[in-house]
Design a protein. Structure first.
Length: 282
């Protein structure tokens, strides 16, 4: 038996903080568990009820909405692998094949794919792009960050001048979206490019291209705070997930460890080619 008489019990359940108020009663462990499950179970009539709550299990109030939104944004890149361990990002070779395949499609499809490739933007942000969002003088694309708490938040991302020129040619009006496609239509066209590039799996999606950009930027030594701004993340913690990907420098350290452990015949310096090291595997 556990005594909860006249107390408020704070419970953490599935990363959600809940405050359960127990009145003058004596609850057994089983009864307490049933109460917790009842309080945390999703409500079919009100799906938002399962959001984080302070002071009540209903999840009402500005604080609850803010925490729920932050958790959703952080979940965008909470892991670069799915539940079965498959990659959700494009590697360097797949990014190159994606760009090469895009060149065989129409100029509009090619431009959309290159926009995803060079900015890592969300597909909805690409489709919202208009002519006045192109800064040819500085070689920038101005993207509206659509997963922020408020509208009207923009960020600038540098792109090759050739992409600026290609997007300018597609312009049909200063206040008209450049691509003019519905999200589902654009998604199908991008997936067709992935099929042409022979890229399959959970990473063969616009989101996979976004994650691939993040991984490539961090691997190239771009400061993680700059990558955060380019990707439009509200939390640095979200961007930091890309630091977990094994890059060339990390692999060189691993090769040094293998050499000391007797797995490699000859120890190499970190500047040595990883390919050469692996060829010496005994």
């Amino acid at each position: 038996m556990r005594n909860f008489v006249g107390k408020s019990q704070i419970v953490c359940h599935d990363d959600c903080i809940m405050i359960l108020n127990f009145k003058d009663s004596l609850l057994s462990k089983d009864c307490y568990t049933q109460t917790l499950l009842k309080e945390t179970a999703p409500d079919a009539k009100n799906p938002a009820r399962h959001s984080c709550a302070f002071g009540s299990a209903g999840g009402s109030g500005a604080g609850a909405k803010t925490m729920s939104r932050d958790r959703q944004n952080h979940g965008e890149a909470a892991s670069l692998f799915d539940a079965t361990g498959r990659r959700k990002y494009l590697n360097a070779d797949e990014r190159e094949r994606f760009v090469s395949a895009a060149a065989t499609f129409s100029p509009r499809i090619k431009a959309l794919c290159l926009l995803l490739h060079y900015t890592g933007c969300r597909i909805s942000e690409a489709l919202a792009l208009e002519a006045h969002h192109l800064d040819a003088a500085d070689g920038l694309v101005i993207l509206q960050t659509l997963k922020q708490r408020r509208r009207g938040v923009y960020r600038s991302v540098p792109v090759p001048q050739a992409l600026i020129e290609a997007l300018t040619k597609l312009n049909t009006g200063d206040d008209t979206p450049i691509f003019g496609w519905h999200r589902s239509t654009a998604w199908e066209k991008i997936c067709a490019v992935f099929a042409q590039a022979d890229v399959t799996g959970p990473h063969a999606t616009p989101r996979g291209a976004r994650h691939g950009f993040g991984v490539a930027a961090v691997s190239a030594g771009v400061p993680v705070t700059l990558v955060q701004r380019w990707l439009g993340h509200s939390r640095l913690e979200t961007t930091s997930i890309y630091l977990a990907v094994t890059g060339p420098e990390e692999r060189n350290y691993a090769c040094k460890l293998w050499a000391k452990s007797g797995f490699l015949r000859t120890a190499r310096t970190p500047q040595a080619s990883t390919t050469t090291q692996e060829k010496e595997y005994a």
